[in-house]
Ligand binder design. Structure first.
Ligand code: ADP
Ligand code: MG
Ligand code: ZN
Length: 569
């Protein structure tokens, strides 16, 4: 063009069209675009055969591939659209929820569901809680080997509910289970759902199960399930969002195949507040109880956590464990950490027993008030009361009457301690069985009277049960002698624990009471006799229990065999 032949240039897209005039003829050319920043300048300055000597040139703006336009179309426009939808949704939500409506995020469900796939925790990190671990081991085996179960057609329970006071290691053991089974772990907390707007929680649950289904075998863990699984209110004014989420959860649990290898765990401190629908067969029908640790348990937990910090060889775990009755695993972990911090403050290289003892005070000072911890006087009465039941039962059956007695206060238990009785209920019970059962029920109070010289409210549940049993003997089982086989009471629906109503004449009612009282009195006398004869067993077993907070049936029978007088029958 610099030769002065070019008449017209047109730049379009990546091509350049130009016309030249040679020897009076106009020729059209086409060429690929060259990156020449100075092209325009050169065109302006170039000579041309046109009138005026200028090349006429033009550029057609490309229709596509403009970076600015691309950016706009790809990012800004969708952004704007989303923003408007967001605003609209937000507004309508706000109007539904009132001013406090909290709009979370946008997306298919707004859910970021993370599966952890390489969990290091194992059951070894969970000290004590042997019964819980035992129950969960089967799930580990199932996850290792779902095919073997599928072959037989067996399906494990889909869900297990971890129940126990805060800080007893529910979250920990769920993770440890995933670690043991070496499967992905989908964790979500019930409280995360609380802030969502309607429909979001349900979508999240759907996402969760979908993702988990793709990753099977795996574990879904719903922590603090009570936040969504609270009993649904009957009638109006329920929480829409929570109910939708809960319903979706139920639907998903029912819908998936138990043999695929997805196990659902949930944890709660408040099992009694859960919707019954969650506990039905095929849902969370397996319950794993996590307990506050007893003396041995606390030692084990302290040991696990002490392993993680530098400490003196001679640290006395026993002293610390004894000083922390009623503490949870979380509190014990905290105590060890506080002790390590104290060691650093004191510019020492290792934790000492003194560090631990000091931190017991700091950590438990606040906790002590909120935890129900038995005073030593209460502990003594509770110990004798429970041993009283056990001894009376043992002397009548000549076998271990209890699986285990624990005097750890329980957050949920009304009396603050537990007695786990073997509930080997037989279908057919003789008059003697029933009477002996009443004797055992009066054993607790008898021990209070004879061993502690007092009576407490601790027997209220025993009284209720003993009375009910004695009354049934008289009114329903024909075991009083006086009334032969006459029915004095009907029960409307025995399977639902229905109401009972007396069917006898008003004059008989007072007499029935007298009969019932007689049975209970006789039972009480018998229990007192057994205890009076075995004070040595009582003392030994009760101090064992006070010291260790737990006594197994076996340990108890050991004492009975050593010093017991098996006279009573
Ligand atoms: P929960 O979920 O029952 O409230 P966590 O599992 O959150 O309790 O426990 C909190 C912490 O307490 C755990 O991370 C762990 O450090 C400690 N802990 C609780 N129980 C135990 C235990 N049995 N063994 C070892 N550490 C425990
Ligand atoms: Mg937890
Ligand atoms: Zn009792």
């Amino acid at each position: 063009m610099d030769s002065g032949l070019v008449k017209e240039v047109c730049i379009e897209n990546n091509r350049i069209y130009f016309e030249t005039e040679e020897d009076g003829k106009t020729l059209a050319y086409q060429t690929g675009a060259t990156r020449d920043d100075r092209l325009v300048d050169r065109l302006l300055n170039a000579k041309s055969p046109n009138p005026g000597g200028k090349i006429s040139f033009s550029q057609i703006a490309p229709k596509e591939n403009s970076p600015v336009l691309n950016f706009f179309l790809l990012w800004i426009l969708p952004g704007l659209i989303f923003y408007f939808i967001w605003r609209q949704a937000g507004k309508s939500l706000q109007s539904r929820l009132g001013a406090g409506g909290n709009f979370m995020s946008f997306g298919s469900s707004g859910a970021k569901i993370y599966a952890e796939s390489d969990i290091k925790a194992t059951f070894a990190d969970v000290a004590g809680q042997d019964e819980a671990k035992e129950m969960l081991k089967e799930i580990v085996d199932f996850l290792h080997n779902p095919a073997r179960y599928a072959e037989i057609g067996a399906s494990l329970p889909k869900g297990a509910l971890l129940v126990g006071p805060p800080g007893t290691g529910k979250t920990l053991i769920a993770r440890a289970l995933a670690g043991e089974a070496r499967v992905p772990f989908f964790a979500i907390s019930g409280s995360e759902f609380v802030q969502m707007f309607v429909g979001m929680g349900a979508a999240k649950v759907r996402d969760l199960f979908k993702q988990a289904g793709e990753k099977a075998p795996c574990i879904i863990f719903i922590d603090e399930i009570d936040a969504i699984g609270k009993r649904r209110e009957t009638g109006m004014g329920g929480n829409d969002e929570r109910e939708q989420t809960l319903n979706q959860l139920l639907t998903e649990m029912d819908g998936f195949d138990g043999r695929k290898g997805v196990v659902i765990l949930a944890a709660t401190n408040r099992p009694e507040s859960l919707d019954k629908a969650l506990l039905r067969p095929g849902r969370f029908d397996r319950r794993v109880q996590m307990e506050l640790p007893d003396l041995e348990g606390r030692k084990a937990i302290l040991a696990v956590h002490l392993k993680k910090v530098k400490h003196e060889e001679a640290v006395d775990i026993g002293i610390v464990a004894r000083a922390t009755a009623g503490s949870s695993g979380a509190e014990l972990a905290n105590i060890v950490n506080e002790a390590a911090l104290r060691a650093v403050r004191m510019e020492r290289k290792a934790v000492t027993t003194a560090d631990l003892e000091e931190s017991v005070e700091t950590v438990l000072a606040g906790a002590q008030k909120k935890n129900k911890i038995l005073s030593s006087a209460e502990k003594k009465i509770v110990a004798y009361h429970e041993i009283g039941h056990a001894l009376v039962a043992a002397m009548q059956t000549h076998s271990a009457p209890v699986h285990k007695i624990t005097i750890i206060p329980r957050t949920s238990g009304a009396l603050g301690y537990t007695l786990q009785v073997d509930s080997g209920e037989r279908l057919l019970q003789t008059k003697e069985d029933l009477f002996n059962r009443i004797v055992t029920l009066t054993g607790g109070r008898s021990a209070e009277e004879l061993m502690c010289g007092t009576v407490t409210t601790g027997a209220s549940n025993d009284i209720e049960q003993a009375t009910r049993l004695a009354r049934a003997m008289v009114t329903r089982y024909g075991m009083s002698g006086k009334y032969d086989m006459m029915e004095l009471e009907t029960v409307s629906n025995p399977y639902l624990g229905g109401d009972s109503s007396l069917t006898c004449a008003p004059e008989t009612v007072a007499d029935v009471d007298a009969e019932v009282l007689q049975i209970i009195k006789a039972a009480h006398e018998k229990a007192k006799g057994i205890i009076a004869e075995n004070k040595e067993v009582m003392h030994r077993a009760a101090s064992f229990l006070m010291e260790r907070e737990t006594i197994t049936g076996e340990e108890f029978m050991q004492i009975v065999r050593e010093v017991g007088k098996p006279g009573a029958k």
